[in-house]
Design a protein around this ligand. Structure first.
Ligand code: FAD
Length: 404
């Protein structure tokens, strides 16, 4: 499939998903408690077959699902995505026993999942994580420490937890465990966030885990995390595109109808040009997201660069488009309960999670410079206060490993 257009079946599916989200999921979302897991909403996603589709989906299907749901119900989109983020490591790296225990429950929306990587002192620099896995002398470990900013925590029924099994080894000393919520010593509390996102801490006070809880091999957990984030990164962009499209739809409808200066707002060229800019940027972001997703599905070696570009452009674009839509609505958009007031709060976090905008730029630069052929002449140190002479070969510093 060419990356620049969807086929008619995909377009129809997207329209059906948006309609389904508006009719069936939005009413459930509206009844939920902000910042808490909405179990009826997760169960409905399961009953509608969207969660099982999520686990079978490639990257493009995942993007279409997220974009279409986000256009009419961001809470449903987020509940679906979080279920995918927490469960993907089990689907991709779990043992047959782990898969049989958790995948059917997660797909039905009866078990809620979490992906626990970030810590108070390890966010963008995820390889610095310190949750301590202390050997128990019987082939297992005891987990000590805290995870923070974890979606669906502390209510999730199981979590993929990344812990340090080898100290001082950076990314190479991290192990992934599947930790069910009923393990002794596991606690946590919800955090009150700007957007109505279920998020909290997980605390570990000697939580026992054994070899049967491993996801992948000991000390190879960072691979589990990166494999999951590589799949989900373009789809964060799709979530952003869905929000941008919702804001654009609202701005078009509003400016076409709002009386002003003897006509409507859209008659003012400054207004209509702004809407044209919003539409153009949204379309550009959408195409970059689809291209990254197709590259992932086709096993393209350029996935890290493409995914980072897609996430970066789409989340920054959505912020611009939502802000512009607020401006075009005036005071109306700032009233509690207005769609744009909701989107204005929702649109901020994706520029930070799953790799902040700056981290995406670091990934893109690292990928670009990796392709620059090595030069024969390595420049000598430039004395302080002097510039590198124009045309002198560039000797990039080894970039630090950054993630999350
Ligand atoms: C709504 C929400 C949901 C989340 N869900 C989860 C989840 O389910 N699981 C999970 O594990 N985590 C989750 N997180 C945490 C998220 O992954 C982290 O917030 C993110 O990795 C950034 O880490 P930090 O907040 O500690 O910011 P820091 O790492 O302290 O970074 C702060 C800022 O410093 C700058 N910065 C950082 N690194 C660089 C760099 N290399 N170059 C240039 N500038 C840089 C950026 O501006 C960045 O925003 C969630 C966060 C939010 C807001």
């Amino acid at each position: 499939m060419p990356a620049f257009s969807l086929d008619p079946a995909q377009t129809t599916w997207c329209a059906e998903l948006s309609a389904l989200a508006a009719e069936r999921l939005k009413p459930l979302a509206d009844q939920g408690e902000p910042g808490r897991v909405n179990r009826p909403l997760v169960a409905a996603l399961g009953e509608l077959g969207l969660l099982s589709r999520l686990f079978e989906a490639g990257a493009l299907d995942l993007c279409l699902l997220r974009e279409s749901l986000a256009r009419t119900c961001t809470e449903a989109e987020t509940a679906l995505a979080l279920q995918g983020l927490g469960t993907h490591p089990v689907a991709a790296f779990g043992t047959p026993v782990q898969r049989a225990r958790w995948l059917p429950e997660a797909a039905a929306g009866r078990a809620v999942a979490a992906f626990a990587l970030s810590e108070p002192d390890a966010g963008s620099d995820a390889a610095a994580l310190a949750l301590d896995a202390v050997p128990d002398g019987r082939g297992g470990w005891r987990l000590h420490g805290e995870k923070r900013w974890i979606s669906n925590a502390p209510e999730a029924d199981f979590a993929t937890v990344f812990a340090r099994t080898t100290r001082g080894a950076g990314a190479r000393g991290v192990t992934a465990f599947l930790v069910p919520a009923d393990r002794p010593g596991l606690g946590g509390e919800p955090l009150d966030m700007l957007a109505p996102h279920a998020l909290g801490t997980l605390t570990f006070d000697g939580v026992p885990v054994g070899p049967e809880d491993l996801l992948g091999e000991p000390d190879k957990g960072f691979r589990v995390a990166m494999n999951t984030l590589n799949l989900f990164r373009p789809s964060v962009g799709a979530f952003a595109v869905g929000m941008a499209q919702a804001a654009l739809d609202a701005a078009l409808a509003h400016t076409a109808a709002r009386p002003a200066f003897g006509g409507v707002l859209a008659d003012l060229q400054a207004v209509s040009h702004r809407v044209a800019e919003m539409a153009t940027r949204t379309e550009a972001a959408r195409l970059l997201v689809y291209a990254a997703a197709v590259a992932y599905d086709e096993g393209d070696p350029d996935v890290p660069r493409r995914s980072a570009m897609a996430k970066l452009l789409a989340t920054e674009t959505a912020q611009y488009v939502v802000d512009a839509a607020v401006q075009l609505h005036g005071a109306l958009a700032l009233q509690r309960g207005h769609l744009l007031e909701h989107l204005y709060r929702e649109v901020r976090a994706p520029r930070i999670y799953e790799g902040a905008t700056e981290v995406q730029r670091t990934i893109i630069a690292k990928e670009l410079y990796a392709k620059v052929p090595p030069t024969e002449v390595v420049p000598t140190e430039v004395p302080p206060g002097e510039r590198r002479p124009l045309g002198a070969p560039y000797a990039p510093k080894e970039p630090k490993e950054t993630t999350a």
